[in-house]
Design a protein around this ligand. Structure first.
Ligand SMILES: [Mg+2]
Length: 117
């Protein structure tokens, strides 16, 4: 499944539940981005809370249960969903925007490159 298909499927899922991320006017766009930012920040907090428990267990030499890593993966996926939805609101082509940003970073971090020298 390609990224564009994942984005479209997530957009359709949200729309079916009455959450429309593709908006036509500036006021609705601002509301969606505000809600998306709050929701995504909540998911980042959930990820951080699980990670806190992983670190706490590790520091106490308690074996880290696989279910904690499964929980981390799930929370990171929740973050990804809000990235997708806000990219819909902003009318992005996430693949192209990622490529453009990667090119910028290639140049920006050139002096830190350690492989291929
Ligand atoms: Mg979550």
């Amino acid at each position: 499944m390609e990224l564009k298909d994942i984005i479209e499927e997530q957009r359709q899922f949200s729309a079916r539940h009455g959450w429309h991320w593709k908006v036509e006017n500036m006021e609705n766009m601002m509301k969606r981005l505000e809600y998306g930012t709050i929701a995504m920040t909540g998911e980042v907090g959930e990820f951080a809370n699980v990670l806190k428990k992983v670190i706490r267990d590790k520091e106490a030499n308690i074996p880290i249960e696989e279910e904690k890593f499964a929980h981390l993966r799930e929370e990171l996926t929740d973050i990804f969903i809000y990235v997708i939805l806000m990219s819909v609101t902003l009318g992005m082509n996430l693949e192209n925007d990622w490529k453009a940003k990667k090119s910028k970073n290639e140049e920006r971090f050139k002096r830190y490159e350690v492989e291929g020298k």
